[in-house]
Design a protein around this ligand. Structure first.
Ligand SMILES: Cc1cc2nc3c(=O)[nH]c(=O)nc-3n(C[C@H](O)[C@H](O)[C@H](O)COP(=O)(O)OP(=O)(O)OC[C@H]3O[C@@H](n4cnc5c(N)ncnc54)[C@H](O)[C@@H]3O)c2cc1C
Length: 482
């Protein structure tokens, strides 16, 4: 039955690519449409968010969901993970206290333990007892005198670069180190590409833009009009999945479907710290979003490359960068200057100005962050947020009655929750058999050679004009433990 069902997926971001892999492997005939040259080329994806500890403002329940979903994502895309921990630091200028974070970390540790008890293959971060570790000022000062370790493994070894380089007098104590890993968009793109290549039922059409969608008058389903190699083609599909990222509303508009949503443009800056050969953990300097002391995120890559987020309006956030849709259109309209950046690129002076501000933002805490240059254009883009709550961090999919799923994730980790719900919907329509529900373990079986992933990721860095060093990650042997 499923062989005759044709599914169209519009948008080859992590949402569209993952659902295409899932449905393709279940035997459905899937076509993935992506207007760009390669898949997973949208806004940045750099943190796995295994516990949501970067967001003090979200509920404990959302953090638990992020932990669970991140474990699933890691199992599907293990080669895309940067296995290095994260340090949570509260600056003296911030009104929060580090102790406020600890009860939530205990909840997460216990939830992680339960997940491992349910299924031992969930133990992908470390042992549950080692989910986090706290450091007093005395302990941090002691580590300041230790030598930096070339290949860090223990909590203490990972902490040394931070203890040596940070102005500890500007921070509240304790510092907290947590098993929050990085996620690498180039390796995610490479992994998803290989998985799709090995999936006979999934056809990937890159450089192909969907121009229009109509309900098919003659047969249940949709008529898609798309442009490939300068040819306009019309084709019927039985089921439509809209995973067009921040353009999801434009597909809704083609079909007159109503839906409220926000779209936000943001960017993170790519720098190179000359002479720095040390392997760093991620460091989060908490702060209130949108104020000059907004959170700083110091994200390490290979060979002295660091990506910086600063949650202030002149670094990561932008004036009028957050927009909502209107009653006339489901598509929120970003100002032209943002669309120009997405569709074309950045002007050099903007890149210089914002990256330098990002460097200064971090230098308030890491004074040795000197001889730092702008390494490339930023990692940037617009992301969709379903509903009207800008702080939402977990979201998946909504459905319209006529064979239509609308994927709107806020974090990459939600793709498997989203995909499971779509599978259930397809079962209820009779397009898949009942035994497809909750049987996604086959997704974790694809083993791709890590060298192949690195090679493809380097090609993607070149194609997208980023330094090759962004293609590398710390391997699982660098996992932090006691
Ligand atoms: C600065 C910044 C930092 C972020 N950091 C993280 C992070 O650390 N971790 C994390 O999990 N998330 C992060 N996010 C969020 C994350 O980028 C998004 O949630 C994620 O990319 C959404 O994936 P998606 O597949 O839904 O959409 P997208 O990645 O936007 O993919 C949609 C795709 O649809 C294609 N498309 C659109 N219209 C058409 C059409 N008509 N025809 C054909 N193709 C079309 C687009 O070209 C695009 O490739 C960050 C976002 C930003 C802006």
């Amino acid at each position: 039955m499923s062989k005759n069902i044709k599914v169209a997926v519009i948008g080859g971001g992590i949402a569209g690519s993952s659902i295409s892999i899932y449905l393709g492997k279940l035997g459905l005939n899937v076509t993935l449409f992506e207007k760009n040259e390669s898949i997973v080329s949208g806004p940045p994806i750099c943190h796995l968010h295994a516990g949501g500890n970067l967001y003090r403002e979200i509920s404990d329940a959302s953090c638990v969901t992020l932990l669970k979903e991140s474990i699933d994502l890691l199992k599907m895309y293990p080669n895309a993970i940067d296995y290095r921990p994260t340090i949570l630091a509260v600056p003296l200028s911030d009104s929060g206290e580090p102790e406020d974070i600890i009860p939530r970390l205990e909840i997460l540790k216990n939830e992680y333990e339960k997940l491992i008890e349910e299924d031992s293959s969930n133990q992908v971060l470390c042992s549950s007892k080692e989910y986090y570790k706290i450091y007093s000022k005395e302990e941090a000062l002691q580590l300041k005198n230790k030598n930096i370790v070339k290949h860090p493994h223990t909590f203490d070894e990972w902490m040394i670069p931070m203890a040596k380089n940070t102005n500890l007098e500007k921070l509240k104590f304790p510092l907290i180190m947590v098993q929050e890993y990085g996620l690498n968009i180039f390796r995610l793109s490479a992994s998803a590409s290989f998985m799709l290549e090995s999936c006979k039922n999934a056809k990937v059409l890159t450089n192909t833009k969907v121009l229009n969608v109509l309900k098919d008058k003659h047969k249940d389903g949709y008529l898609l009009e798309y442009k490939k190699d300068n040819k306009v083609i019309n084709e019927h599909f039985d089921y439509l999945i809209n995973s067009a990222g921040f353009k999801t509303g434009s597909i809704d508009d083609m079909l007159n479907f109503k839906k409220e949503r926000l779209v936000e443009f943001k960017s993170a800056y790519v720098t190179q710290w000359e002479g720095c050969k040390d392997i760093w953990p991620e460091v989060i300097f908490f702060g209130t979003r949108g104020t000059p002391q907004g959170m700083g995120q110091f994200t390490p890559y290979a060979n002295g490359h660091f990506q910086i987020h600063g949650m202030t309006e002149d670094i990561t956030l932008f004036k009028n960068g957050l927009v909502k849709n209107t009653s006339l259109s489901a598509q929120p309209k970003l100002e032209n200057k943002f669309i120009q950046k997405i569709d074309k690129s950045w002007c050099k002076s903007d890149v210089e100005l914002r990256t330098k501000k990002a460097i200064e933002h971090i230098r308030q805490y890491i004074p040795t962050f000197q001889n730092v240059k702008v390494a490339s254009k930023p990692l940037y883009g617009a992301q969709q947020i379903p509903g009207l709550e800008a702080s939402l961090r977990t979201a998946d999919v909504s459905f319209e009655e006529h064979r239509y799923a609308r994927c709107e994730i806020v974090k990459a980790s939600s793709v498997l929750t989203m995909s499971d719900l779509i599978v259930k919907e397809l079962v209820s329509l009779g397009f898949l058999s009942k035994d497809c529900i909750n049987k996604r373990d086959f997704l974790y079986k694809d083993k791709i050679n890590d060298e192949q992933i690195t090679k493809k990721s380097i090609e993607l860095c070149k194609q997208r004009n980023y330094p090759n060093d962004l293609a590398y990650t710390n391997s699982p042997i660098n996992k932090c433990n006691s």
